[in-house]
Design a protein around this ligand. Structure first.
Ligand code: PLP
Length: 460
């Protein structure tokens, strides 16, 4: 690419982005390609000589775009949303152009100071008390890993990082089977081991940990010589929205001096609406809370906020200061890389700042309320349809269902086939889960540009 072409191609990319968003409604939501279709069109070896941007861009449109699943499509009802509101995309263009490494205050003071401010804006928006400060992590997986490392170090009297885990008491961490697999992976990476992640059975419509079973498991482990370290509470689990009684979990944790991390990666965004905060009642007693503005709220991926009650513990666990990272003269400033596992950090606060200023909380609350209402309407219409069963009722804007109309047939295979046919059609996109071992189809409403007619089309 020639030096003077940057301006032209930046403008072309922005134009393309705007056109793309405008025509999304007419595209199939899920990529309709077959495995290997894209790879077959990519040159097997890298080019020796630079190519014309015109050719690269044409190939992008020809090869790449048809192989994309359109996550910003208004009828993307699969997984959870990964909303990138247009204002946050603009912020990301600017962040890309500046391309700063924002690991320390002095490597970009604006990034650090804005991060502190927008995390506090979000704290207020979610109704959390000011005992929480926070940090923007790349993903909820990283936030959960950081929390589990703190949990481990706190339980071991800060000896794990120094001495290693062999010779230390065996740690135990507690959660239900409804938590995201990022918890399992964090447990592996933290060296705690899958066998020491104790699954507590769930009960009730919310699929919440049974508090009697939780208390009993902790007591049994203490008696057996294990060292309980913490509890992971789920608020809006990925499968069907499984949600623990956070107040109850916090109470049990206090009794045993355990660390509590709350995973509200998806559901956290809904807490900007006061009427939904009953879902995480007692959250103010947690040590760490993660929610992803990059899911429902509209901040382009990646953008995961971890609220922390005692950041000193996290810095004590994760900070490391070789000479080349010392910030002489800037002591006392926050260096957010000391709050996370990776050193390098993108300027993620800018897209939150653009997002909140461009739309305002009032608009974002309205969007989330619409999603919850429209999802309930879809569930009601399906429930009234002969042959359909609502498997799990709406938790915010997520519910699951299955089709029952196969006399003596294999219901799992039938529902997977139904799902395949729906997604091959392309007008909407849904994904499956298993509830108590049986296949169910998930529906979540959460797209930034979704309208009520999109929900209607899903049922029709
Ligand atoms: N927790 C929950 C409840 C999730 O649904 C997800 C992802 O969907 C995660 C954690 C992991 O999020 P991330 O992709 O930001 O690591």
């Amino acid at each position: 690419m020639r030096e003077n072409e940057f301006r032209e191609w930046s403008a072309r990319a922005a134009e393309w982005g705007a056109d793309y968003r405008a025509r999304l409604r007419d595209l199939p939501v899920r990529a309709q390609t077959k495995p290997g279709d894209v790879a077959a069109q990519l040159e097997p070896s890298p080019p020796e000589a630079g190519e014309a941007m015109e050719d690269i861009f044409a190939d992008f449109e020809r090869i790449v775009v048809p192989g994309m699943t359109h996550w910003q499509h208004p009828r993307f009802f699969a997984y959870f949303p990964a909303n990138a509101a247009p204002a946050s995309v603009v912020a990301e263009y600017l962040v890309s152009a500046m391309a700063a490494q924002c690991m320390l205050w002095q490597t970009s003071p604006a990034a650090t100071e804005m991060e502190t401010r927008v995390v506090d804006w979000l704290r207020q928006a979610l109704g959390l008390p000011d005992r929480f400060s926070g940090v923007i992590q790349d993903s909820a997986s990283s936030a959960t890993l950081a929390a589990i490392l703190v949990m481990r170090e706190r339980a071991l009297g800060w000896k794990g990082n120094i001495e290693g885990l062999s010779g230390q008491p065996k740690l135990r961490v507690y959660c239900s089977g409804e938590v995201h697999t990022s918890v399992d992976r964090a447990i592996w990476v933290a060296g705690i081991g899958q066998d020491n992640l104790v699954r507590i059975p769930v009960q009730g419509a919310n699929r919440a940990m049974d508090s009697t079973a939780l208390e009993a498991a902790i007591s049994r482990d203490i008696e057996a010589g294990f060292l309980p370290a913490g509890i992971i509470a789920s608020v809006g689990g990925t499968s069907v929205g499984g949600t623990d009684d956070v107040a109850g979990v916090v109470e049990i944790a206090r009794r045993h001096n355990l660390y509590v991390h709350v995973d509200a990666a998806w559901a956290g965004s809904a807490m900007i609406c006061p009427e939904f905060r009953h879902w995480w009642l007692g959250v103010e007693g947690a040590d760490s809370i993660v929610f992803n503005p990059h899911k429902w709220l509209g901040a382009q991926f990646d953008c995961s906020v971890q609220f922390i009650a005692n950041p000193d513990e996290q810095v004590r666990t994760l900070a490391i200061q070789p000479e080349y990272l010392k910030t002489h003269g800037a002591d006392g400033m926050i260096n957010y890389s000391e709050w996370s596992v990776p050193l390098g950090r993108r300027f993620r606060a800018l897209k939150i700042w653009f997002l909140l200023r461009a739309y305002g909380l009032r608009h974002l609350r309205g969007m989330i309320r619409n999603h919850v209402a429209w999802s309930a309407k879809v569930a009601d219409r399906l429930a009234a349809e002969p042959g359909f069963e609502i498997v799990t009722p709406p938790m915010l804007s997520l519910f699951s269902f299955r089709h029952l109309a196969v006399p003596d047939g294999d219901l799992d295979a039938h529902n997977l086939d139904l799902l395949r046919r729906i997604n091959d059609d392309g007008r909407i996109y849904l994904t499956q889960t298993r509830v108590d071992g049986k296949v169910a189809i998930r529906f979540q409403a959460g797209q930034f540009d979704m309208r009520e007619e999109d929900a209607d089309m899903a049922v029709d």
